[in-house]
Design a protein around this ligand. Structure first.
Ligand code: 0PR
Length: 407
């Protein structure tokens, strides 16, 4: 067994003395048995390449992400001295996200595992900075805030939404108080892909000196490109002075591998409020929730961003919106109603019994989500969904809706 020592460029034998030869030599029979077991179980999973997953906010990772992920499997960004190269990749990826979100020079980013950790980290900072515990958020906010309330003893105050399913700013104004730690706005809601009136909320928060977190887990890789494609949607990024932090997920519309998101904060020093001394690792301080964390998804996402570039993401969003528009038309032709005109590549289809329809579709191999709260099913038109797939899906949806008296 040999390996290339990347630091000194030498080739040496890998010291596997701590394992018996039988444990490391890849006995082909034994390996096959394990693979068979795993493959048997994996067969039960739905896979994105089937085209039948219409309700997930994730997608098939870009082929480059696969290759790079494997190459960085052993890296640990929790110990920066061991991985200065991977740390540099992380910095370059944060610089890419920073540019996408027009973050100012004073800002910095924290790599996180996704939207949940991004929201937790943002609220942790808001609590530390303000010493307060109340979070004002729209009723449409992601359930990760329930975890935040429970973990950090914070209180959630729900702000109602308008008929367009976005935060009602008049209510927000009334609810901001001395005890408010943070306001949360959505740039791409989980249920319908709506965008809250971020510019108005930003102005209110700047005026009241309240921390304003934008949850752009889904919309962060969509809205910048929609704007360039001339869609009329609100601004959502750091160009708005009242925006304090933004979380954005690469494992959703960033076409990268799970798990990866970034939390960008307006001022570098804010991360100090969530840093702890780390006396027995190479860096003096460690920031954020995790200790050991893989560099593999970071390197994979950076590779994808380098490969696709701004234009590549824009093309992807254009194509997702094209398929969304097509899907909307086909659904309306069936005689079903949408909850609202889609803002981005998420569609809510109104149904009387969404749970039953979802179950029946699942039995036929199609995965969509039920949203009982809004009496609808949710379709997410991710990059792997084509018009041909929609052409296959529509007759199945029609037949199912007829069977259960929805049509
Ligand atoms: N914020 C928003 C606006 C989200 O939509 C989500 C997840 C999160 C935060 C939390 O992100 P993580 O799950 O990355 O921590 N929204 C997706 C959803 O609930 C998560 C998801 C993705 C679920 C793919 C299923 C799935 O197949 O739909």
């Amino acid at each position: 067994m040999f390996y290339i020592n990347r630091v000194f460029g030498t080739v040496s034998f890998f010291n596997y003395d701590f394992l018996s030869p039988a444990m490391i030599s890849l006995d082909s029979e034994k390996k096959q048995k394990i693979f068979n077991e795993l493959a048997g179980l994996q067969q039960r999973d739905y896979c994105f390449s089937s085209g039948h997953i219409l309700g997930s906010m994730c997608t098939v990772p870009h082929p480059l992400a696969r290759e790079v992920y494997l190459q960085f499997l052993e890296t640990n960004l929790g110990d920066l001295e061991l991985c200065p190269g991977t740390k540099e990749i992380e910095s370059r990826y944060i610089a890419f996200i920073s540019k996408l979100l027009h973050a100012p020079k004073t800002s910095t980013g924290q790599i996180v595992s996704g939207g949940t950790e991004g929201n937790i980290t943002a609220m942790w900072i808001a609590k530390q900075l303000s010493g307060k515990k109340e979070i004002l958020l729209p009723t449409s906010a992601h359930f990760s805030f329930q975890k935040i309330a429970s973990l950090m003893g914070m209180k959630l105050v729900e702000i109602p939404v308008t008929d367009d399913y976005v935060m009602d700013v008049t209510h927000l104004k009334k609810k901001i108080r001395k005890t408010t730690a943070a306001v949360v706005g959505l740039a791409g809601s989980t249920e319908l892909g709506t965008i809250d009136p971020i510019p108005e909320i930003s102005e209110i928060c700047a005026h009241e000196h309240v921390f304003f977190h934008v949850d752009a887990a889904f919309g962060g890789f969509v809205i910048p490109f929609l704007k360039e494609l001339h869609y009329k949607i609100p601004d959502f990024d750091f160009r708005l002075k009242g925006v304090s932090s933004i979380s954005i997920d690469s494992h959703k519309m960033g076409y990268a591998a799970i798990p990866l998101g970034t939390l960008m904060v307006r001022k570098k020093q804010w991360l100090g409020s969530i840093s702890v001394d780390s006396p027995y690792i190479s860096s003096e301080k460690q920031t954020g929730l995790l200790g050991t964390r893989s560099g593999a998804p970071v390197a994979a996402a950076y590779a994808v961003a380098q490969y696709l570039g701004h234009e590549g993401y824009k093309q992807m969003v254009r194509s997702c919106m094209d398929v969304t528009c097509y899907t909307q038309k086909r659904i309306e032709q069936l005689g079903l109603d949408l909850v609202m005109k889609p803002t981005m590549n998420v569609i809510g289809v109104k149904l009387k019994k969404p749970g039953i329809v979802v179950k029946k579709l699942s039995e036929q191999g199609w995965r969509v989500n039920k949203i009982e709260r809004l009496s609808c099913i949710r379709l997410v038109l991710m990059p792997q969904i084509t018009k041909q797939i929609i052409d296959e899906f529509i007759p199945v949806l029609q037949k199912t809706c007829v069977e259960v008296d929805e049509l």
